[in-house]
Ligand binder design. Structure first.
Ligand code: PEP
Ligand code: MG
Length: 315
């Protein structure tokens, strides 16, 4: 059936007229890397390394971490792997690093901000990544979460390069960073949009509050405006702009993201076939028209309806 035809399709991602769009998987462990490597993905677009740190009394050491990263890189056998440095705090507390009593943890010391109080956590992780890289077929791309300013991006890039990391990037998931993506891209080699947090912060809506899902919707035109600003900065800087939030796994929204100028999409591996299929049936120009229609809408519901009306009949 359709399901089988979709999963049998293993071609690299791209539009009907051949614009490449890398289709990547989100993972949290080396075991995940081995599992997704068996499927038709072009690599890993988000390795959430905090899984290594959670539910421990102390941080894992450099050697333990290096072994995990090396195993993940080896599993992907030369395919692209984007590793995200520790994103603790807020919904991911750590016994040995984060503050349990913060009044607004989503706005507090989380993600990259942990470097202020615990620089050794980041330094050890970067050293482990540098060590894993020296044994790997392909160097990992390494990015930091929750970057808000160009100064933070510059600080991260300096630390990562000091450990020999060749491809350095940051996540764009704070609206301030999206609005200033050009300045941030001047400091790093690539960026990746985290649309889960970007929507949370743009819409002032807790990402864990299910009853507010209508506000948190990545189809919200204000969220798409921030994606647009980031993608435009990427095109201007000739640097890759990926998306690794849940929005990348919606095949219709994926067309809009590509139309806005996004160059890779990372998602749970199971979502890749449907996204590949949708892209394959639309040209880059059609994606661009869809993106313009979504940006012109005045609500998330209207944006989605406008784009669905533009889908080619086979999809
Ligand atoms: C995001 O915020 O969109 C993202 C990919 O990161 P996480 O979901 O791990 O916060
Ligand atoms: Mg995030």
């Amino acid at each position: 059936g359709v399901e089988q035809a979709l999963t049998a399709d293993t071609a690299p991602g791209g539009t009907a007229d051949g614009r490449p769009v890398q289709l990547l998987a989100n993972i949290g462990t080396a075991e995940d890397a081995e599992r997704v490597a068996a499927g038709a993905v072009e690599g890993v677009g988000l390795f959430r390394t905090e899984v290594l740190f959670l539910e421990r009394a102390t941080a894992p050491g450099e050697e333990d971490q290096a072994a995990v990263y090396a195993r993940a890189l080896q599993a992907l056998g030369g395919r692209k792997v984007v590793v995200r440095t520790l994103d603790a705090g807020a919904d991911k507390p750590l016994a040995f690093a984060t503050q349990p009593d913060e009044e607004n943890p989503a706005l507090g010391v989380r993600g990259y901000r942990l470097v202020r109080s615990h620089p050794e956590l980041l330094e050890t992780q970067l050293a482990a990544l540098g060590r894993a890289q020296s044994h790997a077929e392909v160097a990992p791309w390494v990015m930091a979460p929750m970057i808000a300013t160009a100064a933070e991006a510059r600080d991260f890039a300096a630390r990562a390069r000091a450990h020999g990391i060749a491809k350095v990037g940051v996540m764009i998931e704070v609206p301030a960073a999206a609005l200033r993506a050009g300045e941030i891209l001047a400091e790093v080699d690539f960026v990746s949009l985290g649309t889960n947090d970007l929507a949370q912060y743009a819409m002032a809506t807790d990402r864990l509050r299910g009853e507010l899902a209508d506000l948190l919707d990545p189809w919200q035109p204000a969220v798409l405006d921030l994606v647009d600003a980031t993608a435009r900065a990427g095109v201007q800087a000739h640097k890759p702009v990926g998306v690794c939030g849940e929005s990348a796994s919606d095949p219709v929204l994926a067309l809009v993201l590509v139309g806005l100028g996004v160059t890779s999409l990372s998602m749970s591996a199971g979502a890749v076939p449907a996204v590949r299929f949708a892209l394959r049936h639309h040209t880059a120009a059609q994606c661009h028209t869809m993106a313009a229609a979504a940006l012109a809408a005045e609500s998330a519901v209207a944006a989605r309806a406008a784009v669905v009306g533009l889908l080619v009949p086979e999809v």
